[in-house]
Design a protein around this ligand. Structure first.
Ligand code: SF4
Length: 216
């Protein structure tokens, strides 16, 4: 096998991923509820999370985001803030990135390209829902989202570019998290499936359950 073929094989292998063990995660309370029901059922049947393939870039971006978050969380911890605060509301749970000693629960997101342009004036609604839920459970009245331009990490100069959004924790944001998992739980209990998304939805093109979902 040539060197180039070996590298291509490594990239092909890096496409393989598997879901986390299904959980009622605060950060997972979005997207297709039907897909969540499949994930819970299959895990119950097999004891293993679902395996799937994704573009290599997506996995690398997620890994970069995790590493950047860890570095900034460590700095925040040294400054006396709390990090990875475990937020739990019944079975709905998840770790908040940083719980500032002031009024805010803070999450860090690394963005690039289209996403970076999109969050210049408004945060991603899903990110806002997540961080507001963490803040509510951890008894902070405000949420904050720190977006970092991933490309600026690798460009010349000493500063990274960032955008900060903040807001009050309002009941609707927390209710959206609770409501999403209530739908999934009801279908699990009733042994039914939520409706499919529209054919051709982006979620379906990357869904590990697409074959079983659309073959039914
Ligand atoms: S294929 Fe589409 S509708 Fe079916 S579970 Fe996946 S995301 Fe949902």
């Amino acid at each position: 096998m040539s060197l180039a073929d070996q590298i291509a094989a490594i990239f092909a292998e890096a496409r393989k991923a598997k879901e986390r063990e299904p959980r009622f995660g605060i950060s997972d309370a979005h997207g297709c509820a039907r897909s969540k029901v499949y994930s819970f059922r299959l895990f119950e049947e097999t004891g293993r999370p679902v395996e799937f393939q994704r573009p290599v870039r997506w996995g690398l971006a997620a890994d970069c985001g995790t590493a950047v978050g860890a570095a900034l969380e460590a700095a925040a911890l040294r400054l006396g803030h709390a990090t990875q605060g475990q937020a739990a509301m019944g079975e709905i749970r998840g770790p908040s990135d940083i719980v500032l000693s002031g009024d805010h629960g803070l999450d860090i997101k690394v963005a690039g390209g289209w996403k970076w342009r999109k969050i210049q004036h408004e945060p991603d609604p899903e990110h806002r829902r997540q961080v507001a839920t963490y803040a509510h459970i951890l008894e902070k009245p405000k949420w904050a989202l720190l977006y970092i331009d991933g490309r600026s990490i690798f460009t010349a100069g000493e500063e990274v570019e960032w955008v900060l959004h903040e807001g009050a924790v309002v009941p609707e944001l927390v209710a959206a998290t609770v409501g999403f998992w209530a739908v999934v739980q009801k279908h699990l209990n009733d042994k039914t499936l939520p409706a499919r998304m529209e054919p051709g939805s982006f979620e379906c093109t990357v869904c590990p359950h697409a074959a079983r979902c659309w073959e039914m």
